[in-house]
Design a protein around this ligand. Structure first.
Ligand code: DC
Length: 229
């Protein structure tokens, strides 16, 4: 059967990664979470003290970026790949509020984006991948055979993110979570470098009132439409 590239873009916390991971599993594709790569670079900055008072030491980060190695290892329990930074498992650390609060500014830096986009294109070269992010259908794989743009209201997304954090024993306030989402939406959509945009040929999915099972069925149907065309 022909292999394709599936690009899933959209706002933060709208369930892209769950959808992408489930679809990849169902059809035997590799799932790549591009946001985890931006988060790993952010964690590196925090660990190396390249982020002080909300400012990034761009010079040091530019010099270090070739040596920031990000890899994924399968996690049988969650069914999602776990992220490693220079060989160390950092899946939990990259999901912390500290990283969430700093990731958007790091992701606005052109040299960070260029490096990570090159690596993402390399990972998808052989096709058979489902990649989620903000610029996958517009910049990373503009020729992807299937592009989805996912959206949901900020309030629904804040509630989902809070539930995730609570489940991990990291309770956060609703206000703080909602503010983080609104701020990230703004930075992600208004940055100069590859802003979050719906590709002209993307299918839009507003999942505010959909269950995970409904989304899964919808996405699988879109995949079969493309494969059978
Ligand atoms: O999907 P996420 O919330 O884990 O992404 C974390 C941040 O990374 C998000 O605020 C924007 C940025 N990002 C990006 O700029 N481009 C991507 N392809 C993926 C994520």
């Amino acid at each position: 059967m022909k292999k394709i590239v599936i690009a899933i873009d959209g706002f933060s916390s709208c369930g892209k990664s769950t959808m992408a991971k489930d679809l990849a599993k169902e059809i035997g594709y590799t799932y790549i979470d591009s946001g985890a790569m931006y988060r790993a670079v952010t964690l590196y900055c925090l660990q190396q003290q390249l982020l002080k008072d909300g400012r990034i030491d761009e010079e040091k980060l530019r010099a270090a970026i070739p040596d920031i190695h990000i890899s994924f290892v399968p996690n049988r329990e969650t069914g999602k790949p776990d992220t490693c930074l220079n060989g160390v498992l950092v899946e939990n650390e990259i999901r912390s509020m500290e990283v969430a609060n700093m990731v958007s500014p790091v992701a606005t830096l052109g040299f960070v984006r260029q490096t990570l986009v090159d690596r993402q294109q390399e990972m998808g070269k052989a096709k058979g991948v489902v990649m989620d992010g903000r610029d996958i259908g517009t910049v990373v794989f503009p020729d992807a055979e299937l592009k989805i743009f996912v959206t949901a209201s900020p309030e629904v997304r804040a509630k989902r993110r809070m539930d995730e954090l609570i489940a991990k024993g990291e309770p956060a306030s609703y206000e703080e979570t909602l503010n983080n989402i609104i701020t990230r939406d703004f930075i992600d959509s208004n940055r100069e470098e590859s802003p979050l945009r719906q590709a002209a040929d993307a299918l839009v999915l507003d999942n505010s009132h959909m269950s995970v099972a409904e989304q899964k069925a919808w996405l699988l149907a879109q995949y079969h439409n493309v494969i059978q065309a």
